[in-house]
Design a protein around this ligand. Structure first.
Ligand code: ACM
Length: 705
């Protein structure tokens, strides 16, 4: 008996509803086909005007009075263009020596950028491209750098060769502070990792590199004044002062400020290995290998602590020209302070009632030192106390409410809550977080202006130089768009379409988020053909949030190799997302020709994949992680195919079958090998719909969040 009329009707209606779809105006469709991220504030395609071809006669034209930074920006642009196109002969010319032939990109800025890039400097630009000539104008060289990034994204291969469409763009950022934090302490990130990520940052118009240089597990900067910091606190993995200068210059050339963070008074074990006298409990100390929050903290009651910090910050302030200096300030558990009678005595003598007061005392002293060396103090939201000077910047990791609290008290603030890349959230989740929404939504405009922007955070407990790019990219591009583009640019589908195009385009910078994936799988598989492992790994994602340690058989530490399936798997599976979209189309009756075919093909591939994975898993300890996942995938695929069969026969799936399958889907979605089989929610929908039920969302199991 046909007892699921809704589905029949939906399937029958699908072609009709397709024809009734209203096509978007051609301009909009053509615009969306552009590979632009972040999306500019204003863009018009010049309909009827042909593209500007970029061949070996293309050149960049500089004004006669070009300053050094403009020339450098053009040089970097041409080098990037060479990397993107494989055309090696491109060059630039000064305007009075313009070549007679070929297409030209002419640059014009009113004034040079500041010698040391400042917060809030004008980054606006206007770009007009016609068939023969492009004009990029900006008030400052910084705007030229942003405009060149846009131009580069517009270069696409066409039947005429590489070309840029005729467009008219006027653009400026929504927020002046758009950053990425890289944690070089938990896992040291070599110079080339930093450089290629700076390239990527510049490509998506980010402008602050927040360098987390010290923590429990490693002190990563060479101090000449206090050499035991790096000699005993780094396992030998640290940046020399020359290397820091190189990175600061590299970033500056790309319009990126570098803000160093030295986390204090907590998160500071690595300092104490060489200088135990800084700590609140006697040593000796050794480098922390575990992940988590630990007791060691600086001793705020001793003058010698401040003398040390004065000299250290004096040394570091010269290395980092940026106006801001991040002192961390997060997660001090106070246990060392509680256990130290001298500290108690000090607190009594100074009228400090609790550890929060003591930390505030420390911060007040520290702020004076930071200011003495010409810097503005920045810290995590724990440092927020009304008695600090109002020019400091609060970076909120604990939520939008604490950001709102900070600006209400008169401080400037930055949002990082919602932008933690280590939590393995989908791009859409980050994209939906707006610094001016949530707790900040009700603020008066004057307070909103104090919200400077945001920073994505790449905490490095579970990333290595090998896979860090894959945790940063491409999701960072979605966050970059949130921070640059107008508030109304929120369409998730458009974001994902463009993100997919940007994803591989970023490969040209030497970023390894795509290239290292097959290499890691190949290593996991040993000598075998790794493609079955890839079929599986394409649809799994690492467990979410901070669940990974709890799901590990052995407590992961700083010496745990990051070479497992969970380290290769991408934070967001494009294949699983595609599958969900197809199933969503099917269950909502918005099928296109071939939708069901595509679903069936994927399910069939997954069902058969298990027997190909097994022989690989038997020969490799690393590939053994795949067994329970592969089994779950095969089960899910069989379930999905059975559900489709019911639907195709126009037969309602029996209650008993449905209950059995729903339980099995739930089981298949439990984390295994610290990974989640991300096609499970879509399979649940197929089961529900085949049984005549309304489809519902299957949420991530609690243990995996
Ligand atoms: C932080 O995540 N503790 C800043």
């Amino acid at each position: 008996m046909r007892t699921w009329p809704i589905i029949v009707a939906v399937l029958a209606l699908s072609s009709l509803s397709r024809e009734q779809e209203i096509a978007p105006p051609p301009g909009i469709e053509a615009k969306q086909a552009l590979r632009l991220m972040p999306w500019p504030a204003g863009i018009e395609l010049q309909a009827g005007s042909g593209p500007m071809v970029i061949d070996s006669s293309f050149s960049v034209l500089l004004p006669d009075h070009a300053d050094h930074r403009l020339e450098k920006a053009a040089e970097i642009f041409l080098n990037d263009l060479r990397r993107h196109t494989g055309m090696l002969a491109l060059d630039f010319h000064l305007s009075d020596r313009a070549p007679q032939t070929g297409t030209v990109l002419a640059l014009a800025s009113d004034r040079p950028a500041k010698q040391v890039q400042e917060l809030g400097e004008d980054e606006s630009y206007a770009l007009k491209v016609t068939t023969s000539r492009a004009q990029l104008s900006a008030p400052t060289t910084l705007g030229i750098i942003r405009g060149l990034a846009t131009f580069l994204q517009l270069v696409a291969i066409t039947p005429q060769g590489f070309a840029v469409p005729s467009v008219n763009i006027k653009d400026q950022p929504r927020f002046p502070w758009r950053g990425l934090l890289v944690d070089s302490s938990r896992h040291f990130m070599p110079l080339e990792v930093i450089k290629r990520n700076l390239d990527g940052m510049a490509a998506v118009k980010l402008n602050v590199f927040h360098w987390h240089l010290s923590d429990y597990q490693g002190f990563r900067l060479e101090s000449r004044r206090f050499p035991k910091l790096q000699e005993l606190g780094s396992d030998g993995f640290y940046y020399t002062q020359d290397e820091v200068r190189e990175i600061v210059q590299y970033a500056a050339d790309r319009g990126i400020r570098v803000v160093p963070e030295f986390d204090m008074p907590g998160h500071s074990t690595s300092w104490f290995v060489g200088y135990p006298e800084l700590a609140s409990a006697p040593g000796p100390y050794s480098l922390e290998r575990r992940w988590g929050v630990f007791d060691p903290a600086m001793d705020p009651s001793r003058e010698s602590t401040y003398r040390f910090l004065d000299q250290f910050i004096g040394e570091v302030a010269k290395l980092f020209p940026d106006a801001f200096f991040h002192i961390g300030g997060d997660e001090v558990n106070g246990k060392q302070w509680d256990a130290n009678p001298k500290i108690h005595e000090f607190m009594r003598a100074h009228g400090l009632n609790n550890n929060a007061d003591l930390q505030a005392y420390f911060n007040t002293r520290l702020e004076k030192i930071v200011a003495k060396h010409g810097k503005v103090m920045e810290g995590w939201d724990e440092i927020l106390r009304p008695d600090l000077p109002k020019n400091i910047v609060i970076q909120s990791w604990r939520g939008q409410q604490s950001l709102a609290d900070a600006v209400r008290q008169g401080y400037r603030g930055l949002l990082s809550s919602g932008y933690y890349l280590d939590l393995m959230s989908p791009a859409a989740a980050h994209y939906a977080v707006d610094p001016l929404a949530g707790g900040a939504a009700g603020l008066p405009d004057a307070d909103k202006k104090k919200i400077l922007g945001g920073e994505a955070c790449m905490w490095a407990e579970f990333v290595s130089p090998e896979n860090v790019d894959s945790r940063i990219w491409p999701r960072l591009a979605a966050i970059a768009e949130r921070l640059w583009s107008p508030e109304k640019v929120t369409d998730q589908e458009s974001m994902y379409e463009r993100l997919e195009r940007i994803n591989h385009w970023l490969d040209a910078y030497g970023l390894t988020h795509n290239t290292n994936y097959p290499l890691m799988l190949q290593r996991i598989g040993g000598s075998a053909d790794a493609s079955p492992l890839r079929v599986l790994t394409d649809i799994v994602e690492p467990s979410k949030g901070y669940s990974r340690s709890a799901l590990s058989q052995e407590e992961p530490t700083a010496v745990t190799p990051l070479n497992r399936l969970v380290d290769a798997a991408r934070p967001e599976s494009a294949t699983a997302r595609r599958f969900s979209t197809l199933v969503e189309m099917l269950v909502s009756g918005r099928l296109k020709p071939g939708t069901e075919r595509e679903i069936r093909d994927l399910l069939a591939e997954w069902k058969q994949n298990d027997e190909k994975v097994r022989p690989i898993a038997e020969t490799s300890l690393l590939a053994a992680d795949a067994i329970p996942l592969s089994e779950s995938l095969a089960t899910l695929a069989s379930t999905g195919l059975e559900a489709l069969d019911y639907l195709d026969r126009g037969e309602r799936a029996p209650e008993a079958w449905k209950s059995r399958q729903l339980a099995s889907v739930e089981q298949a979605f439990q984390p295994k090998s610290q990974l989640l089989v991300m096609v499970a929610p879509a399979i649940q929908k197929l089961v529900q719909v085949s049984a005549g039920e309304k489809p519902s969302e299957l949420s991530i199991p609690k243990t995996a969040r």
